[in-house]
Design a binder for this molecule. Structure first.
Ligand SMILES: Cc1cc2nc3c(=O)[nH]c(=O)nc-3n(C[C@H](O)[C@H](O)[C@H](O)COP(=O)(O)OP(=O)(O)OC[C@H]3O[C@@H](n4cnc5c(N)ncnc54)[C@H](O)[C@@H]3O)c2cc1C
Length: 471
């Protein structure tokens, strides 16, 4: 009699779930398990997917490919081949109606701010070096002030960071700054501006080229899907995992779109607090309360066709200007010509960072598009008549909030979930980690290797511990 194959389920076909699927199916096609990948969305790629609109392609906010992980890079190269492009990076900050190159370029700062203000920035940096030398920063504000001085903090970090997170920089934990811009400080920026030489120790916020798939970020994942399907993986879309049933420290069944399926092993990239609330039986009250303290920032993109081939030369631009709500724009023309449907035009995305309770999240698409267009005109980036068709994407739970004090709640949840011996948490929302694509992909790959080895060979929580290049 044929023995029953193990039923392996992956929740989410974003980078993390795709990393799991790839690793479980690579090699030969004879498996001792059935592999099911479920996603509530209709395509693979999660936050890194690419949408088509009137022949134009748009990511969910610009998704550059960059990694220090050789295995991830090798996978990108093997799947994309010549379609993995190397793109020169130009990113600038728009502030006080002026463009500042990012990473900061000192002559640029002097010209834009004027010599007296630039000198004030330098003196403020010197004050920080003297008076904050021994400070152990607890908050984002303290971390930046210590490394750049108070003046540069106010000009280049405060407004944008507060737009992104929706809370004061004094409520954001220092670990986010350390993770996002580790190795970056006034001296590193000055060296970068004055000496062109680049080395391994270069802070990753200063990266001057990046990779990008010719047909958009999501094209890597659609190709990977085909490869996994050839090796027996089964993908199911528009399938929402609602309940995870458990008994004796094992997840026994999943409820998906109202149907119950027996499971032997589960990899989950669904948002961690949501997973906790979906357990049946429910965890103790203290765990539910801790999970409720883990929150996310949500994200809106307005993708617009612009009847102008040269809107801005940047790949993306940080909009620090406090007079508008938008936080970032991206010009896909400067990523790959294949993103653009018609020669002589551009594809622009405008990003807003919000909470679901905010009026903007609850506005209609037409109202959100009207706001984005109005702000582009207000900033003199486009004229009204250039701005053509547009569409909106809304992403819940896009950014795990590293607010001051969140860690103790996270650790409670992490310890509680570790009791489930057949459940692996993977990815950004799944692990409640501020991951980039490569970290998420790799978390899925290592979790799969643990499953294949039948024991925990890799500690997935170590991935992205020393990450240095978040944007
Ligand atoms: C605006 C923006 C810009 C970014 N830019 C970059 C960049 O330039 N470079 C970079 O490397 N990274 C970037 N990132 C980060 C990158 O998008 C993420 O790290 C990556 O997509 C996370 O992959 P994931 O699989 O962990 O999670 P996700 O991409 O969130 O995928 C999770 C999947 O699970 C599915 N799911 C959730 N709940 C359920 C459920 N209950 N049932 C079934 N399915 C479910 C979702 O539909 C989703 O498809 C950016 C992110 C954002 C938001």
């Amino acid at each position: 009699m044929k023995s029953r194959l193990e039923q392996v389920y992956v929740i989410g076909a974003g980078p993390a779930g795709m990393g799991t699927a790839y690793e479980l199916t690579k090699g030969n096609t004879a498996h001792s398990f059935d592999l099911h990948i479920l996603d509530k969305d209709s395509v693979v790629g999660g936050l890194a997917q690419t949408s088509e609109f009137h022949g134009y392609k748009f990511d969910i906010g610009p998704h550059r490919y960059y990694t220090k992980n050789k295995e991830v890079l090798a996978l990108w190269q093997s799947i994309l081949g010549k379609d993995l492009l190397t793109i020169p990076r130009l990113t600038r900050i728009l502030y006080r109606h002026r463009f500042f190159r990012y990473p900061i370029h000192i002559p640029d700062v002097i010209v834009n701010l004027g010599l007296p203000e630039a000198i004030r920035c330098f003196l403020s940096y010197c004050r920080a070096r003297i008076f904050l030398r021994k400070l152990q920063p607890k908050t984002f504000e303290q971390w930046i002030t210590k490394h750049f001085g108070s003046k540069l903090y106010h000009i280049f970090f405060k407004t944008y960071t507060e737009k992104v997170w929706g809370i004061s920089c004094s409520q954001i934990g220092a670990e986010w700054a350390a993770q996002r811009i580790k190795n970056l400080n006034f001296v590193a920026v000055a060296k970068n501006a004055l000496l062109k030489k680049k080395g391994d120790t270069e802070a990753k916020s200063l990266i001057s080229t990046f990779w990008y798939p010719r047909f958009g970020s999501g094209s890597f994942f659609t190709r990977l899907q085909l490869q996994c399907e050839k090796k027996g993986a089964q993908f199911y879309f528009n399938q929402t995992v609602g309940t995870l049933y458990h008994e004796n420290n094992l997840i026994t069944h999943l409820e998906v779109n109202g149907k119950k399926y027996p499971v032997d092993s589960v990899f989950s990239s669904m948002p961690l607090p949501q997973l906790i609330q979906s357990l049946d039986p429910l965890p103790p009250e203290s765990i539910l309360k801790a999970a409720a303290q883990l929150s996310f920032r949500d994200h809106i993109t307005v993708n617009i066709i612009v009847d102008n081939p040269r809107v801005v030369p940047d790949n993306w631009m940080y909009i620090h200007a406090p007079e508008v709500q938008m936080a970032r724009i991206a010009n896909y023309t400067n990523f790959s010509s294949c993103m653009i449907g018609k020669k002589g035009t551009s594809g622009l995305s405008v990003e807003y960072f919000v909470f679901q309770k905010d009026p903007l999240w609850n506005s209609t698409d037409a109202e959100i598009i009207a706001l984005a267009k109005k702000e582009l005109v207000q900033l003199h980036l486009c004229t009204d008549d250039e701005l053509k068709e547009a569409f909106v994407t809304k992403e819940r739970d896009a950014y795990p909030m590293y607010y001051l004090g969140h860690k103790k709640y996270f650790e409670i949840i992490q310890s509680y979930v570790s009791q489930f011996t057949n459940l692996a948490l993977i990815g950004r929302g799944g692990m409640f980690r501020y991951n980039n694509m490569d970290h998420s992909l790799y978390s899925g790959m290592l979790a799969a290797r643990n499953y294949l080895a039948g024991k925990q060979v890799y500690n997935i929580w170590n991935i992205n511990e020393d990450a240095e290049y978040h944007e």
